[in-house]
Write a protein that binds this ligand. Structure first.
Ligand SMILES: Cc1cc2nc3c(=O)[nH]c(=O)nc-3n(C[C@H](O)[C@H](O)[C@H](O)COP(=O)(O)OP(=O)(O)OC[C@H]3O[C@@H](n4cnc5c(N)ncnc54)[C@H](O)[C@@H]3O)c2cc1C
Length: 445
């Protein structure tokens, strides 16, 4: 069977590997000059750093299984430490033991440090309010507000949901971001009880892991495996048209250089490119309203400063809405989070990654000021700086993307066409890898 995989991000590579294992004759077409998509290593002052994804969720075990299959199991590492949150007037550690920032014990000392006594007293009402009185909430923000109050939502939940998922808690459906949470509330009788139950059911250890050397090693290993299985992997090969054969089976895949005939196609590109390419195969879907693209900028700094040796803010800081003196939405102290990276960077050298909304250039003075303010030191100087602008053309949790995904599920695509990638599977490598494996299932199953 001749199979064309469109897109060489992790979704396309995972699908290509699975299809090549099945024995398909696979051609993978990637538009840009490199594989990996939103996984990307860059050199920052002589150290290779992931400027896109740098960890993967342990949830479901799919990424770990892939990592093991690719012979990278020995390189798996857990982050050292945990993150803090920058409030209007102070920066404090994020409490342990929550789900999406929702605490399991609203009166625990580390929770009170963030939401104060008044916030904790309000959050404790969650334990006393009957589940039926508050009712069932479709969206995360209203649920947390109703059960635990504004402070839990604004100081704990919003910083996590906005920074980690790029989503607005008031818009995001509970079932998509926290599957099982509503059912757990009914069973436990409270939101904090539900969080406690979900945490107890989760495997021990960190919720996310990384790879010594960087997550980009996953891309290199996948590409090597796909090629060794006989697939033809081409970069600088943008697909500009995808036409199902009018008589039924098969497709013509149009690139700038040639037309390829395929029995099967896996479309593993970002949301906007996918909708453009689905114009023939699913015209109603391609005509639906599209989400606003989410533009962000990652800025990685290398600083030589002994004041950071003790990891003053753990693995980094998420900014809460009340904190207005910094523009960065988050900082990751990469060398504190990953000890192997600290070894590579060298003594007293620290790598910091700041996240900004939008693509606009951010002056050095602003970046350094933000880094110093978030890490609680006076002033910082950078030995090197590298920027990476990113665009997510269909953020997985945007309302329009959710509507597109439901419409896709109701659409009968031409036989042999499947769709993968974060806009259909959900943001993050755990969701994307699982979705790509589904998209590459044998056609008969
Ligand atoms: C800054 C940042 C940090 C992140 N951190 C994490 C993290 O720590 N952990 C985590 O799990 N996730 C993280 N993510 C999310 C994760 O990187 C993505 O969910 C995942 O990499 C998406 O993979 P994908 O294959 O669906 O899409 P992409 O990686 O976007 O790949 C799609 C590919 O399709 C190609 N393409 C587009 N159009 C065409 C065309 N017409 N023809 C051929 N090819 C085309 C693109 O060039 C691209 O290579 C992060 C994302 C960003 C931006």
């Amino acid at each position: 069977m001749r199979t064309v995989v469109i897109g060489g991000g992790v979704a396309g590579l995972v699908a290509a590997r699975r299809l090549a294992i099945h024995g398909d004759d696979v051609v993978l077409l990637e538009a840009s000059d490199r594989l990996g998509g939103r996984i990307r290593p860059l050199d920052v002052g002589g150290v290779t750093v992931d400027v896109g994804a740098e960890s993967f969720a342990v949830r479901g075990g799919v990424v770990r299984t892939l990592v093991d299959d690719l012979g990278l199991g020995d390189a798996v590492r857990e982050p050292a430490g945990s993150a803090w949150v920058a409030l209007a007037d102070r920066t404090v550690p994020l409490p342990a033991g929550g789900v999406l920032g929702i605490p399991s014990s609203p009166v625990a000392t580390d929770v009170v440090r963030v939401i104060d006594g008044r916030g904790a007293a309000r959050a404790y009402l969650d334990r006393l309010l009957p589940v039926l009185k508050v009712g069932r909430y479709e969206r995360l923000g209203p649920l947390v507000r109703a059960r635990m109050g504004d402070r839990v939502l604004e100081r704990l939940v919003a910083p996590v949901v906005e920074n980690v998922y790029g989503a607005d808690p008031d818009e995001v459906p509970v079932e998509l971001i926290a599957p099982g949470l509503n059912a757990a509330i009914t069973a436990a009788g409270s939101l904090s009880g539900a969080v406690l139950g979900l945490r107890a059911a989760a495997p021990a250890g960190a919720a996310a892991q990384g790879l010594e050397g960087g997550v980009h090693r996953l891309v290199d290993a996948l590409a090597a495996r796909v090629r060794s299985l006989g697939a033809d992997v081409r970069t600088d090969a943008p697909v500009i048209g995808l036409h199902p054969h009018p008589e039924g089976e098969g497709f013509t895949v149009v690139t700038e250089r040639e037309d390829l005939e395929a029995d099967r196609v896996v479309l593993a590109v970002d949301g906007a490119a996918a909708l453009d390419l689905l114009r023939d195969a699913a015209p109603a879907l391609a005509a639906m309203p599209r989400p606003a693209p989410a533009e962000t900028r990652a800025v990685v700094l290398l600083v030589e400063d002994a004041r950071l040796d003790g990891a003053p803010r753990g693995t980094g800081v998420l900014r809460a809405a009340g904190r207005t003196d910094v523009r960065a939405t988050a900082i990751t102290h990469l060398t504190a989070k990953w000890p192997w990276l600290a070894d590579r960077a060298g003594r007293r050298r620290h790598l910091l990654r700041l996240a900004y909304r939008g693509h606009d250039a951010v002056p050095d003075a602003v970046v350094l000021g933000d880094a110093a303010a978030l890490l609680g030191v006076d002033a910082l100087h950078a030995a090197a700086r590298v920027d990476a602008p990113w665009t997510d053309t269909a953020p997985a949790l945007a309302p329009e993307t959710i509507a597109l995904r439901s419409a896709l599920a109701r659409t009968t695509l031409p036989p042999g066409l499947t769709v993968a990638g974060s806009w259909v599977a959900g943001t993050g490598l755990a969701s994307v890898v699982a979705g790509a494996e589904r998209a590459a299932r044998p056609r008969t199953s």
